[in-house]
Design a protein around this ligand. Structure first.
Ligand code: WTA
Length: 702
């Protein structure tokens, strides 16, 4: 079977063989054949200490470890006794090795300024973007300066620094500056609202925030500093004082931002401009020696309760795992003309592992783009910026999300066709299952039917890819994340921990520890155990296994097919949102008595949010309001303000009451069915939905 469509029915049967290095036009593959993969994988499982020891040795350590692993399930300590520094491994090591002048980061800003030379005849190209490149030496100097500035604010080893910035080079500098001096970073996606910031800042006990006055997004300015200022008020109301805010000036020339001078106080917080305190700081700042198990970062992700969890990663294991997965999945090789572009925001784990740490450790230049794919915006909201970026920079690797691919499909085949993307060698997908149509479009229109697509399945918690094709070794099937990464003992099991046969749907679990695994949920041991380790165990030994909360099946070739989350989180445009987070936001509006949120299938977003809401009649009559479109809109805006734009409900539906079981649990499955069955909101604004009849029918089977 080579690239032929045998059946487009429910079971996807198309298979695409892994290309030869010669055919793809790459020097060689790290893993060259299926037989190689099987041999390496078997070895990694049979001799984990030997295997992971060799992987860890590819990093630079101040002191070598005494033991590869201490495992007291579910607690792992990797590379026990070893010491290293993450910034050293991403930056200083390369300078030491004589590569200081090589490009580490290629950055393109979103705004376009009028071309000053060679005016182009086609008006679309009459403007040029702001471009910057940073070498490893630049990064060494800038991270040292920023680290010294943070030190002057009292930041020390073990502290958590919160970072809320746009996709600009200083974001990379800020992250690496923290780890240079042993502080952990907690990056918050720039699309989150003040409440989400304050919640995360307090949970992490963070005393310093790094931000920017604003960030560019589709020609608009996201008011980052303003959001931080609101968050500061909220944390202060809870008695949590942030001591310092370090702010980069990014958008000031377009929108005169909040005025302050370095040293001014905002409440109890001291404000600093980046250009005042970083640019003038000394560029001498040695990398601090960290224990392998010292915290590297926290990254908050949504769970099935209303409160986001701070996923904790430590230094030696995470770096070893990300270094290896970046190298193998994308076949990264320094000095071979590669330019790696992962379009994820650094506010998500994909950005941490594969915009920043993975490429930098592997000494392959990484491209960062600040803004939206449809800026400048063409007719019907379309855009071809991504294809123009690939063509202009000669990008070799393009790693993006299915929701983006579906959007590009909708925007039309003519847009990629206008650009020369012949530099591309490997494509990647991440964040949610990719539907075969989107896979095929990506393959044909972006990959010229030539580039392998790596569909990488993983989570914030796993640190790096856990199932993915290796481009030179594993044949791909559209929609399947194929086979486990080296060192990953993945299986589909039932609730009793028994491994299921081919094509039987079950629970995706990992039966052995791996270096990139989370070490905890910050400040919440109970949640760490119950979320990940409480459900599945080895039926023979009773040892807990890692459960990802995804349902999946494995086909007769041993390929994994992820079916999606089985807990109360929804993937909206590839981003996790807890239903409870959105429900809490809704009930914080005075009109709302009760709310239930479910996911509905959505053509572009994968899933979208449908909110069922019961209202407070007294509030309605007191305020002369009705359950109408204006109220729907207001509730939607309220959610955006509380959580962020991602959480905006696609539908808000008013109900008499929510369907519940006898024990009082909301019948989400029923609501999901109801939501999925109706294309559009019932525009009859006066009728409330009444679920009492259906609810009664369903009471016993929930
Ligand atoms: C989903 C993102 C199918 C899955 C890296 C997982 C995927 C959740 C894939 C984690 C994929 C991610 N195929 N599903 N290739 N990649 N997922 O923590 O449901 O934001 O549990 O990490 O995304 O989302 P997170």
């Amino acid at each position: 079977m080579t690239g032929q469509s045998i059946s487009s029915s429910l079971v996807e049967r198309r298979t695409f063989p892994a290309p030869s290095a010669a055919k793809l036009g790459v020097g060689r593959f790290h893993v060259e054949s299926l037989a190689d993969y099987h041999r390496l994988h078997a070895r990694s499982i049979a001799d984990p200490a030997g295997f992971w020891g060799e992987e860890a040795a590819k990093l630079s350590w101040f002191k070598r470890w005494d033991r590869v692993l201490d495992w007291q399930a579910p607690d792992a300590r990797w590379f026990v006794g070893g010491t290293l520094n993450a910034c050293y491994n991403c930056v200083d090591r390369h300078v030491q090795d004589g590569h200081g002048e090589q490009v580490a980061i290629v950055w393109e800003g979103e705004p376009l300024s009028p071309r000053t030379h060679h005016p182009a005849p086609d008006s679309r190209y009459a403007h040029e973007p702001e471009l910057r490149t940073l070498t490893y030496r630049d990064l060494q100097q800038q991270t040292s300066r920023a680290a010294n500035a943070l030190r002057a604010m009292g930041v020390k080893k073990g502290d958590v620094v919160t970072i809320y910035m746009p996709m600009v080079p200083e974001l990379a500098v800020a992250i690496l500056a923290c780890v240079r001096i042993g502080a952990a970073h907690s990056v918050i996606f720039g699309g989150f609202a003040p409440h989400a910031i304050s919640e995360r800042v307090m949970d992490a006990h963070s005393r310093v925030i790094i931000t920017a006055d604003g960030g560019y997004r589709r020609g608009d300015i996201v008011p980052l500093l303003k959001n931080v200022q609101e968050a500061l008020e909220q944390t202060a109301n809870h008695g949590h004082i942030v001591n310092h805010v370090l702010c980069l000036k990014r958008t000031a020339h377009q929108a005169p931002s909040q005025r302050f001078s370095t040293g001014d106080h905002l409440g109890a917080t001291v404000m600093h401009w980046w250009h005042d305190v970083v640019d003038s700081a000394s560029d001498a700042c040695p990398c601090v020696e960290m224990d392998s198990e010292d915290m590297l970062f926290l990254l908050y992700t949504s769970g099935s309760t209303g409160k986001p969890k701070g996923i904790l990663h430590t230094t030696g294991g995470y770096l070893t795992y990300v270094n290896m997965t970046a190298r193998l999945t994308f076949n990264l090789m320094p000095d071979s003309g590669q330019l790696f572009w992962c379009s994820a925001d650094i506010g998500w784990v994909t950005g941490h592992s594969y915009v920043l740490y993975g490429p930098l450790m592997n000494r392959v230049p990484t491209l960062m783009y600040e803004g939206a794919p449809n800026f400048p915006t063409m007719e019907n909201g379309r855009g071809d910026r991504f294809w123009s970026i690939i063509a202009r920079h000669r990008v070799t690797h393009f790693y993006t999300a299915p929701t983006a691919i579906r959007t590009f499909m909708k925007w039309g085949d003519d847009l990629p066709a206008r650009h020369d993307m012949s530099s591309l060698r490997i494509l990647g997908s991440v964040g949610e299952p990719i539907n075969p149509e989107a896979w095929m479009w990506f393959h044909e229109h972006i990959g010229r039917a030539k580039c392998p697509i790596v569909d990488t399945y993983w989570q914030t918690e796993t640190g790096g890819h856990v199932c993915t094709p290796l481009p030179g070794a594993i044949a791909t099937k559209p929609g399947s994340c194929t086979v486990p990464m080296l060192g990953i003992d993945a299986a589909i099991v039932n609730e009793q921990g028994q491994e299921l046969g081919p094509n039987q749907g079950g629970l995706f679990c990992i039966r052995k520890p791996w270096p990139g695994m989370l070490r905890g949920v910050y400040g919440n041991r109970e949640r760490f155990i119950s979320n990940y380790w409480g459900r599945l165990k080895d039926p023979h030994t009773g040892e807990p296994w890692y459960f990802s909360a995804d349902g999946a099946r494995r086909d007769e070739d041993g390929y994994f097919w992820i079916q999606g989350r089985i807990d109360d989180v929804i993937k909206v445009s590839g981003h996790l949102l807890g239903t409870m987070e959105v429900e809490s936001a809704l009930v914080s509006h005075p009109a709302v008595a009760e709310a239930a949120v479910v996911g509905v299938p959505h053509e572009i977003k994968g899933s979208a949010i449908c909110a069922f809401v019961t209202l407070k009649p007294a509030w309605l009559s007191r305020n002369g309001r009705a359950p109408d479109d204006a109220l729907r809109k207001e509730l939607g805006e309220h959610v955006v303000r509380e959580v962020g734009a991602l959480a905006r409900p696609e539908q808000v539906r008013f109900a008499e009451g929510l369907p519940k079981t006898r024990s009082g649990k909301i019948m989400r499955r029923l609501l999901r069915d109801v939501a999925a069955g109706v294309e559009k909101i019932t525009q009859d604004t006066t009728t409330l939905e009444d679920f009492s009849v259906v609810a009664k029918l369903r009471t016993d089977d929930e």
